[in-house]
Design a protein around this ligand. Structure first.
Ligand SMILES: NC(=O)c1ccc[n+]([C@@H]2O[C@H](COP(=O)([O-])OP(=O)(O)OC[C@H]3O[C@@H](n4cnc5c(N)ncnc54)[C@H](O)[C@@H]3O)[C@@H](O)[C@H]2O)c1
Length: 414
């Protein structure tokens, strides 16, 4: 039987062994999906604490390793490693390249390799394929290569890998069919697309769309504020339009490793085609300056008058979004850096983040609030009793509109 039919049969019989490379948010989410239909899953990671934690969970059919060669006999391998940007905002594909090179050295006949990491259009075909074909195995015949960008939304308990439609494509028809069959076992709706470039671009577009809209609303919010117009009321009114308007809300800026990062992959890919993405570039700039604006607002409010001799700010919420502990690219951390540069000390409270920047999360007591000159609400965690922040006269910068229509002299909206 040819390799394609053999693997398809294994998948249909729920018998393939799955390998996950990179057991982070995405890797563990794919692992959960595969486990849910009885696949045996092995995660490979370089982070020993992740390996120990996975192996200690004692979940049936799930194990983790730091030995790459253990992946050798996996039928389906999902690559879920980071694809960050450098300090100069250029895509950094070094981890992905390293993984592909290791795979090339032990690629087996009949394996399906799926890239789940977010990448710019062209990466699967122009980076991954040539590296894997150095093995002398041929895609579509000996091995299979697909791309299926991950769409998980950490902290969102309504949408999981199972009920979020999954974009899937392959380098060739057989690779695509196998990837569709694999995800089809545990994802309710598969969205097959014609090429891997369409799949890659779909993810990049989704994130860029978010960044552009978040930056747009932050820019317009600044104008509304200057004009004495309540932007939140404006958004609520605009959102009554039954078509053509999708509400986005002002805040301290978009964070995380996706929304502020992937548009730079797009900008870079477009530059290589001599296309300048002016709106995307502007949106990225607006997003980068937003934390600084919030820090400036705090400095203005302190205005040289401090309660305890040296200025201090309390950040409420340091993760980049509600109900998670992830602080990557968090605007709160950027606000912290700006304040620190201006000689302002910072303490924080976050029910999900115990320690960061050498500081420990403070209890949200009256004493903590009183000891600070300004409070900045940076993340909207449901667990926090925000009302208690109003119990003394400390000014509050409410970047998330927590207090909605409450008119209180301490509250400063953005
Ligand atoms: N987090 C999200 O919300 C999200 C959503 C969709 C897509 N993505 C994309 O998925 C990819 C992974 O993101 P993530 O959030 O899971 O990242 P993560 O940092 O949570 O996990 C990545 C894992 O890869 C491991 N790793 C790093 N270098 C490695 C190497 N050389 N070999 C093996 N493992 C290595 C890390 O130790 C970590 O456990 C990225 O491309 C990201 O853009 C993330």
């Amino acid at each position: 039987m040819e390799e394609f039919s053999k693997l398809l049969k294994l998948i249909e019989e729920r018998k393939p062994k799955i390998g996950i490379i990179g057991a982070g948010y995405v890797g563990q989410s794919v692992a959960r999906g595969a486990l849910s239909v009885g696949f045996e899953v092995l995660c490979y990671d370089i982070d020993r604490s992740k390996i120990t934690s996975i192996n200690h969970q004692g979940i049936k059919n799930l194990s983790a390793t730091d030995k790459f060669e253990d992946l050798k006999h996996r039928h389906v391998i999902c690559i879920c490693v980071p694809t960050p940007i450098t300090k100069k905002k250029k895509p950094d594909l070094s981890i992905l390249t390293k993984i592909l090179t290791k795979l090339e050295n032990q690629l087996q006949i009949g394996q399906l390799i799926i890239i789940e990491s977010s990448v710019a259009p062209g990466t699967t075909r122009n980076l991954a394929l040539p590296i894997l074909e150095r093995s002398k195995l041929k895609t579509g015949e000996d091995f299979f290569l697909a791309h299926s960008p991950e769409r998980i939304d950490p902290g969102n308990f309504d949408f999981t890998i199972q009920n979020t439609p999954k974009i899937v494509s392959g380098i060739d028809d057989k690779s695509k069919k196998l990837a569709i069959a694999f995800y089809g076992t545990f994802v309710q709706k598969i969205v097959p697309v014609s090429t891997v470039e369409v799949a890659e671009m779909t993810k990049v577009l989704e994130n860029t769309f978010r960044l552009v809209n978040i930056s747009l609303i932050n820019e317009v919010a600044a104008f509304a504020k200057a004009s004495g117009i309540d932007i939140w009321e404006v958004i609520e009114a605009a959102a009554t339009k039954p078509y053509g308007f999708l509400p986005h809300y002002p805040g301290p800026g978009a964070g995380g490793d996706c929304i502020p990062v992937l548009p730079y992959h797009l900008i870079d890919a477009a530059k290589k085609q001599n296309v300048k993405l002016k709106i995307v570039e502007a949106a990225a700039r607006v997003n980068e300056t937003q934390p600084q604006k919030i820090a400036q607002k705090a400095i203005q409010l302190i205005n040289g008058k401090t309660k305890n001799g040296s200025p201090k700010v309390l950040l409420v919420g340091v993760s980049y979004k509600p109900e998670i502990a992830d602080t990557r690219q968090s605007p709160a951390i950027k606000i912290w850096q700006h304040l620190k540069k201006s000689g302002i000390s910072v303490v924080f409270h976050d029910p999900y983040v115990k320690q960061i920047n050498g500081s420990t999360s403070q209890k949200l007591t009256l004493k903590t609030v009183e000891s600070c000159d300004v409070v900045i609400i940076t993340t909207h965690h449901k667990k926090i009793a925000y009302r208690q922040l109003l119990k003394n006269g400390t000014p509050i910068i409410d970047t998330r509109n927590i207090f909605e229509n409450l008119n209180h002299p301490n509250i400063h909206r953005i």
